[in-house]
Design a protein around this ligand. Sequence first.
Ligand SMILES: [Zn+2]
Length: 275
Amino acid sequence: MFEADIFNKLLSRHRENRLSHAFLFETNDLNRCYSDILNFVKFINCPFEFKEECSREDCNLCSLIDNSNLPNLLKIDPDGTQIKKGQIQEIIEKFQTMPIFSKYNIYIINQCDKLNSSSANSLLKFLEEPEDNIIGFFITNSKMNVISTVRSRCQEYSIYYDKESKDYKYLDNIVEYLNSVYKNDNAILYNKNTALFFFEDRSTWIDFFKEMLYLFHSYLKGDKILEIKMFRDLSNDIIVKIVLLIETILKYLQSNGNIELILDKFVLEMRNIYA
Ligand SMILES: [Zn+2]
């Protein structure tokens, strides 16, 4: 049911009534961690028997959670580059009252390293005088960057999700390709002599670039894939431009353009972007 085993441990704590009120998860995959948390939230709130999943199809609570409509489950994402004080105050206001639909009021702070000192200070009320019916989950890629006032008041766990279990079919090719053409003056030659022979048919090339697009999107959402050199070097603004380029390349591939010319276009345009 959970991808990360730690949640099973937390479940037994919950059964023993020893669950902490604030957790800090450092993870290499924010999205998968978030979905584990949602499962956990169902588990501790569902009024019916919950094993692998909810035992009742008509369970109102689980379906509210699935549709992100449970009023006392709040998720905060950074607003721009920061999590702002107003966003935290909203939670505090909503959680003045006891939970109505479920056992707990739950807040999830995604990328909690983006809390600044004023938004973090607003949270201290929850963290220092915890109420039994409020639980907070903080998720980050880097706990070193989480403000210490928050970090010191949470129970910390590191959660590593195995990349191989994700459905990438061409990950090795993508990593090799991107690293080979990035900052390589001979990238055109590499296209001609090597890359062109990766795949024979157009539809596989389309899948290859679709997967590349997905990889870039997950990177921007916080899923760090450090084998790819340009992810280590380039700022997110530049990565976003490359994402747009990949979308254009996909359009060319889908409209039957010559594959070699399209690959050349990709490396030339990319060079312009990061130059
Ligand atoms: Zn349920």
